[in-house]
Design a protein around this ligand. Structure first.
Ligand SMILES: C[S@@+](CC[C@H](N)C(=O)[O-])C[C@H]1O[C@@H](n2cnc3c(N)ncnc32)[C@H](O)[C@@H]1O
Length: 301
């Protein structure tokens, strides 16, 4: 989102009296059909946002630039996007910081990729793997439309189940929205810096269970935590002050884990007497015997 008058190529939200939203991309000479009337884009170009435009049918629309969250919900989709409530939580849970090196899969429609790019900033690097060409194309278009061109982004047609490519390692954060995150645990241990954060987002309980079990048996991760984010909107209208009748009840579970040395993953007790060796990146795929996780459950005492 950029300040100043509305410009060519920008996405703009037109909102009617009933708060229905219509997103258009401004093109000189173009018109959009809205609820049986037409709005000429030339009437919007050069305007400040926050004003109104009237369609040829006499209907008035508020004209405003979409926030990132609004853009994500309205933008073209290939794959299902991660909702704004979860995008915000992912940035915090994975602690994506300015300048961070982030590996993501799959790109899907690009919603999470954009959130990561905004958090990592121009000095960061977001590498995103996607299997399907048609999804990658939609994502690329969405990202360019909302953020413009950026050197911080690398989009690859690659399979994360085969691991991070050597040129993409090491990374500070590895973030997944793919169906089988347990297949990436060994690769994540190899790709992440010590203390790095692995996060995966999945919609069902069996997926969480299988992936958490893989994290535990890897011996390379600790502080394994799973959350879900529930956001309940409220209706504030005169005496009608109450929760809204509808909410997005379920989207997905978000699990994080820290890349640690083997000794720490097993609760601070060396696995072999006297050995305090770290699990090295080249130990990828190794599955030590010990399975306990440090930092899980209730604090003692
Ligand atoms: C739910 S979508 C991701 C949506 C994305 N997070 C967003 O917010 O727009 C899952 C994507 O992962 C891709 N995918 C599935 N398995 C993959 C793999 N092994 N490597 C890379 N991408 C994969 C799918 O093609 C799909 O586009």
């Amino acid at each position: 989102m950029s300040p100043g008058p509305l410009r060519q190529g920008e996405p703009v939200l037109l909102i009617d009296r009933k708060r229905r939203r219509y997103m258009i991309v401004l093109r000189p000479g173009a018109t959009s059909d809205l609820r049986g009337g037409k709005v000429a884009h030339d009437a919007l170009l050069g305007l400040d946002e926050g004003g109104a435009v009237v369609s040829t049918r006499g209907e008035s629309f508020l004209v405003i630039r979409p926030t990132f969250g609004e853009f994500v919900l309205e933008m073209p989709r290939g794959a299902q996007v991660i909702y704004p409530k979860d995008l915000g939580a992912i940035l915090m849970e994975a602690d994506v910081f300015p300048g961070s090196r982030v590996l993501e899969a799959g790109t899907g429609s690009g919603a999470l990729t954009m959130a990561l790019l905004r958090a990592a900033g121009p000095t960061g690097r977001v590498i995103s793997y996607e299997l399907r060409e048609e999804f990658a194309r939609i994502a690329e278009q969405n990202i360019r439309r909302f953020l413009g061109a950026t050197d911080a982004l690398v989009l690859r047609r690659a399979d994360i189940y085969a691991g991070a490519l050597p040129e993409d390692r090491p990374v500070d954060r590895l973030i997944l929205d793919v169906p089988e995150p347990w297949r990436v645990v060994g690769h994540a241990a190899a790709a992440l810096v010590p203390g790095g954060i692995f996060l995966f987002y999945v919609p069902t309980v069996p997926q969480v269970t299988q992936a958490v079990e893989a994290l535990r048996t890897s011996g390379a991760f600790a502080m394994i935590e799973t959350i879900e984010v529930l956001v309940r909107p409220w209706n504030i209208d005169g005496l009608s002050v109450r929760p809204a009748h509808r909410m997005v009840a379920h989207t997905g579970f978000l699990t994080t884990a820290r890349r640690v040395q083997r000794q720490a993953a097993s609760g601070g007790v060396p696995q072999d007497e006297g050995s305090t060796e770290a699990v090295k990146p080249e130990d990828e795929g190794e599955a030590p015997d010990e399975v306990s996780g440090f930092g899980e459950g209730e604090p003692a005492g």
